[in-house]
Design a protein around this ligand. Structure first.
Ligand SMILES: NC(=O)c1cc2c(N)ncc(C(N)=O)c2s1
Length: 321
């Protein structure tokens, strides 16, 4: 490529990057390559030449910054600036009442809870810069997770680009539906491979894959439920955060409800405890979160878990006879 001035190179790159990204997204996320490899490679090499000429023009959403289909010997690690904490568990209504009493004593009044299903999957963090997905990672030990960005790009319900050019982090659960779990295990059995024990293991084994093409061959889903950083967002409650996540293009579980104190929580637990087997995704409990985000911040976290949320756990599902 004849030497271009920096401005000419910048203009060229502004055309080449989105074209390569859309071709790559089609390849990974829609199982539908739209160009021959040699066409993609030719344009990709033009991008590399220009970025070599002017390294300062490399952007985080450039295809050259993604690992692409290289199979890594191991995952790159990421540090969670805000730790991905686990959550306290309770197993009875009495313990739930104790949790509520502690909160009311701490804040001095009754609080609203946002009540959500606890999805039986694995935690996922997604980071967007100017609305572009730049990193997907697992929880890991809560502080150090695995970089699974290329794998995340193959999950169809995760937006590669937000409906607004926001720089935010969001978190949720990656899971495999019971239907996909049965299909995958049948396929593995037909191929003489070991089957997965349950949908959660299958989801973890599919997301934590070194080869994104393997992840792309399995149908993973997500329910996003937390906005970690709120730059450019006016969100004051957890139920408002779920509405905003939906507006931004994320998949959000539709069952969440706001209750005043524990009123209604018992019914929610009983209802979903009864229809649990009919859902196409696994749940292992119900999560109560103080709905007001300012009160969440006031309550803060203990060393290990937030004070403002609790998981009410269902008894383990009866293994299918
Ligand atoms: N470890 C955690 O903090 C959470 C874990 C989960 C989970 N597995 N499913 C749903 C939610 C939710 N709706 O908030 C949470 S929160």
């Amino acid at each position: 490529m004849a030497d271009l001035t920096k401005e000419q190179a910048d203009q060229e790159l502004a055309k080449i990057r989105p074209q390569l990204n859309s071709w790559r997204d089609a390849y990974y996320t829609k199982d539908a390559p739209v160009v021959e490899d040699n066409v993609y490679d030719k344009l990709y090499n033009q991008l590399l030449d220009l970025e070599k000429m002017y390294p300062e023009l490399v952007t985080s959403d450039s295809p050259s910054q993604e690992v692409g289909d290289v199979t890594l010997p191991d995952f790159n690690k990421v540090t969670h600036d805000i730790p991905m904490l686990s959550m306290g568990d309770v197993f009875s209504e009495a313990e739930l009442a104790d949790f509520n009493d502690r909160i009311e004593k701490n804040v001095g009044h009754e609080v609203d809870y946002n009540v959500e299903l606890k999805i039986d999957g694995l935690s996922l963090s997604l980071i967007y810069e100017n609305g572009i997905l730049v990193q997907g990672s697992t929880r890991g030990n809560g502080t150090i997770g695995e970089n699974v960005t290329e794998n995340v790009r193959t999950i169809k319900d995760i937006p590669q680009k937000l409906s607004r050019p926001l720089s935010i982090e969001v978190r949720g659960e990656c899971f495999m539906s019971k239907k996909e779990f049965l299909r995958l295990n049948q396929e593995r059995e037909n191929e003489g491979q070991q089957v997965f024990a349950n949908p959660r293991n299958a989801a973890a084994g599919s997301l934590r894959q070194l080869d994104p093409k393997v992840t792309a061959s399995r149908k993973l889903d997500t329910f996003m439920y937390t906005i970690v950083t709120f730059d450019g967002l006016n969100v004051t409650t957890q139920h408002g955060a779920l509405e905003t996540l939906k507006e931004l293009g994320f998949n959000v579980n539709p069952t969440a409800q706001v209750t005043t104190g524990l009123t209604g929580v018992k019914n929610f637990i009983e209802r979903y405890g009864e229809i649990r087997d009919d859902l196409d995704y696994g749940i292992d409990g119900v999560v109560l979160k103080v709905d007001d985000l300012a009160i969440q911040r006031e309550l803060g976290n203990t060393v290990k878990v937030p004070r403002w949320e609790i998981a009410y756990k269902f008894p383990p599902e009866q293994a299918e006879s």
